[in-house]
Design a protein around this ligand. Structure first.
Ligand code: PEP
Ligand code: MG
Length: 836
C-alpha cells in the first residue's frame, strides 16, 4: 500500500472539472485508490468524480491518497507528478468569462437615475428593451415530474438503463467533437459523470430495489445532489446543476423527448438568466417568448451574443447572478440600451418605459416607409445600404431590416471558439444558407481575417507584441494555404446558387493581390477538373484598410473588381493610432481632414477606372458623418442591420450636391474641431425649423414629475428631428437644474440649456393637467429652451430673461394657461418674444 499527502491549492476546490482529471488518471490503474479529506474526514473513490466531489475538498484542505494494488508503484509516481504539475492548473478560468474583470458601466441618464429604481447594471451587448419573468436557464428541475413510467421486469429495466447510458455517452461525445473551448470543458465534466463508477453503481442498486429507470435516475440525482449541497463552498454547490443536467439527459435518452420534454421550452414572456448559453441552446428557444438574455459569464463576442443581436434580443453580460437571486420568478425589465435589469417595476418605471416604447413605435413607423426602398438622396442619387454580418443566420433578419445586400460577411467567427477549422462542406452549407436568405441580392464574403488580435487556438500562431501590425488576415494565408483554399472552394461552390463576391482583407501590396489571384485560379482549375459547378464570374475585391493601397489604387483597379473601405483599420493605420490605447484614442478620429482627403482620393480614382467602391467600417452607421459619406459618392455603405432603416431615411433627406460641397469644405479644414463645426453648421442649416412651432407644444399632459417632463420634451425634440441624442440633451438640462431649479413661481418653470446635442434650437412648451413639484416650487406650465451650442452668442440668455420678465405679468400667464390650442400658444410666444 502506498500513500500520498498533499494540500489542495484550487481556489474553487475539487469540483466536477478537476475531479474529472483525477478520475481519468486513476482509472488507468487497476489498484484501488482512495482520496481522504483530512479536514472533513470524508473519503471517496478516486476513480469516481462524484465520490471525489463528495469529499468536499476545498482550498487549503490536507488530503491523503491511498493506493493499493498491483500497479501501486507506477500509479503513485504518476499521481504525484500529476498533483505537482497539472492539478494546480485544472481549474483555470474558462475562456470568454468576463466575470471578475472590470467592466465599465455606462453612466445612466438622469431621467432614469433620478427614479432611484431597484436595478442591476452590467454591460449591454445587444440593444432593445424587453420584459418578462426572470428564469434561470439550464437548471433542470425534477420537482414537477409526476406520473412516472411503470416498473418493468428487472432485466428490461437494466437493459433500458444500459442503452440509455450508452446513448448519453455517444451524444456527449459527438457534441464534444465540435465543441468550443468552454463548452468542451463542461461536456468533458458531464461525460465523466455518466461514466462514473459510483454513479452507475448507484443507478443499478436502485434498479435492484425494484425501481424503474425513471425512479432510479431521480433518486440517484437527489442522492448526489444532496451530497454536493453539503459542501461549504458555494461554487461546489452550484456544480449540482451538472449532475441534474446529466440525469435529465439520461431520462430523455431512455423515455424520449416527448415524455421528458426539453426544459429550454418557454411558456411565457421570459428574460433568461444563464451562466452562458450555447448557440444551439439559444436557437432552440422560442424567440417570440424570449424577451431578454442575461449571461453572467458570456463574452461580448460569443456566437450566442452575435445571434442575440441579430434576433434583436436585448442582452447583458457581466452581471453577478447572485444579485438577481431574489428576482427569479418575478417580472423584470431588461434594458439593453442602459445595460440594466430593473427588478422593481414601480409606477414611474412603467411610465418611463411606456414613453420609451411610444418613441420607438413612432420612429419605427416612420422608418418602415424607407426600409424596403432602395436608398436614394433627395435629388435622386442612389447609394446602396448594405449589412455587415458574421454568420449566415444573421442574413435573413438583415434583409428583413432593409439591407439591399450584404456588404461584409466577416467569416472569421466561423473559425473561432472551436477546436478545429470548419470543413469545406460546413462552410459551403453556411454560404448557401446566406444565399437562400438573400433572394438574389449580392453577398460580399470576406475571407478569414484571423491572427493578430483575433486568435484562433488551433492555428498555434504565437502571441505578438504588436498584433495589429503583425501576422493576420492575408498575411497568414500562405502558411495556412489549405485553410484558405478550402474557404475559396466553399465560396465558389456556393456561388453556383447565388450572387457571391469574394473580398480579401488587409491587402497592402500588389504582390499580395497577384498571389491571391494565382491561388484563386488554381482553385477554380481544380473545381473545373472535378466537374464541380461554380459561377465563372465571381467578382474579386479587396478591403481598402492599409494606407499603402491608396497610393497604388490605379494599379489595383487593373487587377480587382471592387473595393470596400475598412474605415476601422484605415483610420488606425493612417493615423498610426492604436484604438485600444486610451491614451491616444483622441487621435482615432475619422473626421481628421487627412483621412477625408484619403477617402476622396481613393473613391475618385476607383470611379475614374470604372470600378465599384463601398465602405464597411463602423463609420458607415454614424448618422452625423453620413453627409460626408454621401459627398464622397460611395457606391455602397455597409453597417450592422439595426442601423439600416434609419440610414436610408437620413439619406432621403440629403442633397448629394450639398453633401459634396460640405465634403469640400471639410477637406479644406485644418483641424478635426473645424470639421466638426462645419458638420454642425450643415446640420443646423439642413432644415430651418422655426424656434417655436406647434409640434413642440403640448397641452394638458398627464406628466407627474420633473423627470417625466424633461424626458418627454427632450424625446419630442428627437422625434421632430431637432436632436439626435435626447438622453444627452436631457442630461445637459439636468446639469443646469442641479445648480438652481428653474421654477419661477406662479406655476411656471423654464428649464434651459445651450447644448451641442440640439441641432435645431427650440422652445418647447408643456402645459400639465395638474401642477407638479419643481424643486421648491410647483409648476404647471413648462417652457423649455434648448439652444444650439453653435448658435449666435447670447441669444440663449436674451430669450430666457425676456420670458422671465413676461411671466411676471398676470395677463401673459393667463393667456398661456387658458389658451385652447397649440397654435394660439405658438402665435403668442412668437409675438411676445419677437421671434417672427
Ligand atoms: C474595418 O477594418 O473597418 C473592417 C470592416 O474590418 P474589421 O473591423 O473586421 O477589421
Ligand atoms: Mg479591418
Amino acid at each position: 500500500m502506498k500513500t500520498l499527502s498533499f494540500s489542495c491549492e484550487l481556489s474553487n476546490g475539487v469540483h466536477a472539472r478537476p475531479a474529472s482529471h483525477v478520475e481519468a488518471l486513476c482509472n488507468q490503474f487497476s489498484s484501488d485508490i482512495t482520496w481522504q479529506n483530512q479536514r472533513t474526514g470524508m473519503s471517496g473513490n478516486a476513480k469516481s468524480v462524484l465520490s471525489l466531489i463528495g469529499t468536499d475538498t476545498l482550498l487549503g484542505d490536507e488530503c491523503l491518497i491511498t493506493i493499493k494494488g498491483q500497479d501501486e508503484d507506477v500509479a503513485m509516481e504518476q499521481l504525484q507528478r500529476f498533483l505537482n504539475n497539472e492539478f494546480p492548473h485544472c481549474d483555470t478560468p474558462l475562456q470568454g468569462n468576463e466575470n471578475g474583470h472590470h467592466i465599465d458601466l455606462m453612466p445612466l441618464p438622469r431621467n432614469f437615475a433620478n427614479l432611484e429604481v431597484k436595478h442591476h447594471q452590467g454591460r449591454s451587448v445587444s440593444q432593445g428593451v424587453g420584459r418578462g419573468t426572470l428564469s434561470v436557464m439550464g437548471a433542470v428541475s425534477f420537482d414537477n415530474l409526476n406520473d412516472l413510467p411503470p416498473v418493468l421486469a428487472l432485466s428490461d429495466e437494466k437493459l433500458q438503463m444500459k442503452n440509455g447510458l450508452e446513448l448519453v455517452i455517444k451524444s456527449i461525445s459527438i457534441q464534444l467533437e465540435s465543441a468550443q473551448c468552454t463548452e468542451s470543458e463542461v461536456l468533458k465534466a458531464h461525460l465523466s459523470i455518466v461514466n462514473d463508477v459510483e454513479f452507475q453503481q448507484t443507478l443499478t442498486s436502485h434498479l435492484t430495489q425494484s425501481q424503474s429507470c425513471a425512479n432510479a435516475i431521480i433518486t440517484t440525482a437527489q442522492h448526489f445532489a444532496n451530497m454536493v449541497k453539503k459542501s461549504a463552498s458555494q461554487y461546489m454547490i452550484e456544480r449540482e446543476l451538472d449532475i441534474r443536467d446529466v440525469c435529465y439527459q439520461l431520462l430523455q435518452s431512455i423515455y424520449g423527448d416527448e415524455r421528458f420534454a426539453s426544459q429550454t421550452q418557454l411558456s411565457e414572456p421570459t428574460v433568461c438568466l444563464a451562466e452562458d448559453l450555447t448557440p444551439s441552446q439559444f436557437l432552440e428557444l422560442d424567440k417570440s417568448l424570449l424577451k431578454g438574455l442575461i449571461l453572467t459569464s458570456g463574452g461580448s463576442t460569443s456566437h450566442t451574443v452575435i445571434l442575440a443581436r441579430s434576433f434583436a434580443i436585448p442582452t447583458i453580460i457581466g452581471l453577478d447572478a447572485k444579485q438577481l437571486n431574489e428576482s427569479i420568478g418575478q417580472p423584470v425589465i431588461i434594458d439593453g440600451h442602459l445595460g440594466a435589469v430593473v427588478t422593481e417595476i414601480t409606477d414611474p418605471v412603467e411610465r418611463y418605459y411606456s414613453q420609451e416604447q411610444k418613441i420607438k413605435d413612432i420612429v419605427a413607423t416612420r422608418q418602415a416607409k424607407y426600409r424596403d426602398l432602395a436608398a436614394k438622396t433627395h435629388d435622386g442619387k442612389a447609394i446602396e445600404v448594405a449589412a455587415n454580418i458574421a454568420h449566415s443566420v444573421e442574413a435573413r433578419p438583415a434583409f428583413e431590416q432593409g439591407a439591399e445586400s450584404v456588404g461584409l460577411f466577416r467569416t472569421e467567427m466561423l473559425y473561432m471558439d472551436r477546436s478545429c477549422a470548419p470543413d469545406e462542406n460546413e462552410l459551403y452549407n453556411i454560404f448557401c444558407q446566406a444565399i437562400e436568405s438573400a433572394g438574389g441580392k449580392p453577398i460580399i464574403v470576406r475571407t478569414i481575417d484571423i491572427g493578430g488580435d483575433k486568435p484562433v487556438g488551433y492555428l498555434n500562431i504565437p502571441a505578438e507584441s504588436n498584433p495589429f501590425l503583425g501576422y493576420r488576415a492575408v498575411r497568414i494565408y500562405s502558411e495556412f494555404i489549405d485553410l484558405f483554399k478550402t474557404q475559396l472552394r466553399a465560396i465558389l461552390r456556393a456561388s453556383a446558387h447565388g450572387n457571391l463576391k469574394i473580398m480579401i482583407p488587409m491587402i497592402s501590396s500588389m504582390e499580395e493581390i497577384l498571389w491571391v489571384k494565382d491561388v484563386l485560379s488554381e482553385v477554380r482549375q481544380a473545381l473545373r477538373k472535378e466537374e464541380v459547378p461554380f459561377a465563372e464570374r465571381v467578382p474579386l475585391g479587396i478591403m481598402l484598410e492599409v494606407p499603402s493601397v491608396a497610393f497604388i489604387i490605379d494599379q489595383c483597379c487593373e487587377e480587382v473588381d471592387f473595393f470596400s473601405i475598412g474605415s476601422n483599420d484605415l483610420t488606425q493605420y493612417l493615423m498610426a493610432v492604436d484604438r485600444d490605447n486610451d491614451k491616444v484614442t483622441k487621435h482615432y478620429n475619422s473626421l481628421n481632414p487627412a483621412f477625408l482627403r484619403t477617402l476622396d482620393h481613393v473613391v475618385r480614382e476607383v470611379h475614374r477606372h470604372g470600378k465599384w467602391i463601398g465602405l464597411c467600417g463602423e463609420l458607415g452607421a454614424k448618422g452625423s458623418v453620413l453627409p460626408l459619406l454621401v459627398g464622397l459618392s460611395l457606391d455602397e455603405i455597409s453597417m450592422s442591420a439595426p442601423s439600416i432603416a434609419a440610414t436610408k431615411e437620413r439619406i432621403s433627406k440629403l442633397d448629394s450636391r450639398e453633401c459634396r460641397q460640405l465634403l469640400n469644405r471639410a477637406m479644406d479644414c485644418r483641424t478635426i474641431h473645424e470639421v466638426e463645426h462645419v458638420l454642425a453648421q450643415f446640420r443646423m442649416n439642413q432644415t430651418q425649423a422655426p424656434m417655436v412651432s406647434k409640434d413642440c407644444i403640448s397641452l394638458d399632459r398627464d406628466l407627474r414629475s420633473k423627470e417625466e417632463v424633461i424626458k418627454t420634451l427632450a424625446d419630442n425634440l428627437f422625434v421632430t428631428g431637432r436632436c439626435r441624442y435626447p438622453n444627452k440633451l436631457a442630461d445637459d438640462l439636468w446639469a443646469r437644474e442641479d445648480v438652481f431649479s428653474t421654477g419661477l413661481g406662479f406655476g411656471f418653470a423654464i428649464p434651459h440649456t445651450k447644448s451641442e446635442h440640439i441641432e435645431q434650437s427650440a422652445i418647447s412648451v408643456c402645459r400639465l393637467a395638474k401642477p407638479i413639484e419643481w424643486g421648491d416650487e410647483q409648476a404647471q406650465f413648462i417652457i423649455m429652451l434648448t439652444l444650439n451650442k453653435h448658435a449666435a452668442g447670447d441669444q440663449h440668455m436674451k430669450i430666457f430673461s425676456k420670458l422671465a420678465r413676461k411671466i411676471m405679468h398676470a395677463d401673459f400667464r393667463d393667456r398661456l394657461m387658458t389658451a385652447s390650442t397649440a397654435e394660439q400658444i405658438e402665435t403668442l410666444l412668437k409675438q411676445e418674444l419677437e421671434l417672427v
